[in-house]
Write a new protein. Structure first.
Length: 145
């Protein structure tokens, strides 16, 4: 069994009712997949823990990563060979936070934004590196006897 933890920024503004509906739909889907977990959404951030069979958790995370309501999805931890669930009774439960928690999350939001900006730069640099390496390879091949 896997336990996956991630954080993401909300790509759109969602009301508490809309987040409750997301959690309700996730609970229905997860129950059929033997997945349990918790959703924490506040101040423009999603934090979620998913636990269950490897294939189901991986597919859910892929779907979340592709979901237009998320941006800057960052996997925090992936625990393999988990033997005991943290949330055995919750196919998905949304936890609500108070204003103090929202205030404490502000530095986390800034950290996530910074990580996202660096990832964008890294992707651009990888692309530049790949082009340079391919040009050099073509030059070497052209000079080869």
């Amino acid at each position: 069994m896997l336990r996956l933890k991630y954080v993401s920024r909300m790509n759109i503004t969602l009301s508490d009712e809309e987040i409750d509906e997301i959690a309700r739909q996730a609970a229905e889907r997860n129950a059929s997949l033997d997945v349990t977990g918790v959703l924490f959404a506040s101040g423009g951030l999603f934090v979620q823990v998913l636990e269950g069979p490897e294939e189901a958790v991986s597919q859910l995370f892929d779907a979340i990563s592709a979901d237009s309501r998320h941006r800057d999805v960052l996997q925090l931890d992936l625990e393999e060979e988990v033997h005991e669930r943290l949330f055995p009774e919750w196919s998905m439960r949304r936890l609500r936070v108070d204003q103090d928690s929202r205030d404490r999350l502000e530095p986390l939001r800034a950290i996530l934004l910074t990580i996202s900006e660096h990832q964008d730069r890294i992707e651009m640099l990888k692309h530049v590196l790949e082009k340079a390496l391919l040009r050099e390879l073509a030059t070497v091949i052209a000079k080869a006897p």
